[in-house]
Design a binder for this molecule. Structure first.
Ligand SMILES: Cc1ncc(COP(=O)(O)O)c(C=O)c1O
Length: 370
């Protein structure tokens, strides 16, 4: 390969490994795509809601060769209403991943650092590395965020702290009161010099008594960014749309580094419809809760340790995860190896439809007993 000059911190990046697409596995192993089960990318097994599908059909008329609304007026208005904040506090993203990137672009450079937890969402590391900033990875406690240690890890040059709540790939959750106490401590010690990005991609899967009104915290803390996504419970992963809530000073910074047309027309339309489809969201939550119990009970029956999940996936310890993963692939079951997250003995299994979960458990049983 030609040696093109590039900064050392870019060369040091290990690119993001996405879940294997069904078509790729079918090609590689000569399998029928229709028989493949994919439980690898924490998608909604119901797809998107019927109302969204209908709206998208009509929305094709809105394409007509024009750019999308660069400021996403209608979607921001819906989100502002939902969260009871001014629309000027909302930033839209091409998935919430985009917003993580925007935060790192706006706040980090080579003289700064970001704090995040071991086994936290890998994009925190990737976007910190891409800016050439130092990354301060804090050891996990019980697979989750150790907020006390993260507070202590904040250095003079730290500008950004990432918290995934719930976390991917471990499925852990930090109770709201602990997150709030962390926000208070960060402000007390560092005022607004350090921004906390609270990534709530899986918020809709929490039980009602675990949920907090983090929007209220956004009103209280000028150094807080809360991100959410339409990719998971809303089932719009393929359209790429997420959003951030933050006070004007931070929102202004995010907006400076945002691509002008970062959220496409169909995504903007679908997200507005999805936001109002509370029946679909309730159905998704209920299906996930049952599927989570099914998988966790199934893992226990196989004698496998798992991390109790607060999300739409379960992290399970299988021993030689690379071997088990390969055997599962041969049986047409795609899950997610997480060795790159420092978990070489685990696999992350997204919660699917009941029949898909059974396929995975049966395949796992046959692999482990072989
Ligand atoms: C914790 C967490 N944050 C953010 C994202 C980004 O998702 P999206 O860009 O689809 O919103 C993911 C995706 O898996 C995630 O697990």
């Amino acid at each position: 390969m030609t040696d093109i000059p590039a900064p050392a911190h870019i060369r040091a990046i290990a690119p993001y490994q996405a879940g294997k697409p069904i078509e790729e596995l079918a090609r590689e192993y000569g399998l029928d795509p229709a028989g493949i089960v994919k439980l690898a990318s924490n998608e909604n097994p119901l797809g998107c809601s019927g109302r969204v599908r209908a709206a998208l059909g009509e929305a094709v008329d809105a394409l007509h060769g024009r750019y999308p609304d660069a400021n996403g007026f209608d979607l921001k208005a819906s989100l502002a209403m939902r969260h009871q904040v001014p629309a000027s506090w909302v930033t839209l993203g091409n998935g919430s991943n985009d917003l993580l990137e925007l935060a790192s672009l706006a706040l980090l450079d080579e003289g700064t650092s970001a704090v995040y937890a071991q086994h936290a969402f890998v994009v925190y590391r990737l976007s910190t590395q891409a800016r050439g900033a130092r990354h301060l990875m804090v050891p996990a406690r019980d697979y989750g965020h150790d907020l006390d240690a993260m507070l202590e890890a904040i250095a003079d040059d730290t500008r950004l702290v990432f918290i995934a709540n719930p976390n991917n790939p471990t499925g852990t959750h930090v109770p709201g009161a602990r997150v709030r106490a962390f926000l208070e401590s960060v402000r007390e010690r560092h005022a607004d010099r350090v921004t906390v990005l609270l990534d709530e991609a899986y918020d809709e899967y929490l039980d009602p008594d675990e949920r907090v009104d983090s929007t209220r915290w956004v009103r209280e803390f000028p150094n807080l960014i809360v991100t959410r996504t339409f990719s998971k419970a809303y089932g719009l992963a393929g359209l790429r749309v997420g959003y951030a809530l933050a006070q004007p000073a931070l929102t202004d910074l995010l907006n400076r580094v945002r691509q002008p047309f970062n959220v496409n027309i169909l995504a903007q339309i679908a997200a507005r419809v999805a936001l109002d489809d509370t029946d679909f969201l309730a159905q998704t939550y209920a299906l996930n809760k049952t599927g989570r119990a099914q998988l966790q009970e199934g893992f226990a029956a196989l004698g496998l340790d798992y991390v109790p999940s607060h999300t739409n996936f379960v992290l399970v310890r299988v021993g030689d995860a690379a071997r088990v993963n390969d055997q599962l692939l041969r049986q047409g079951v795609i899950v997610r190896p997480v060795a790159g997250d420092g978990l070489p003995e685990h696999l992350r299994v997204s919660i699917g439809l009941p029949g898909e979960n059974t396929r995975l458990l049966d395949a796992l049983k046959s692999v482990l007993q072989a």
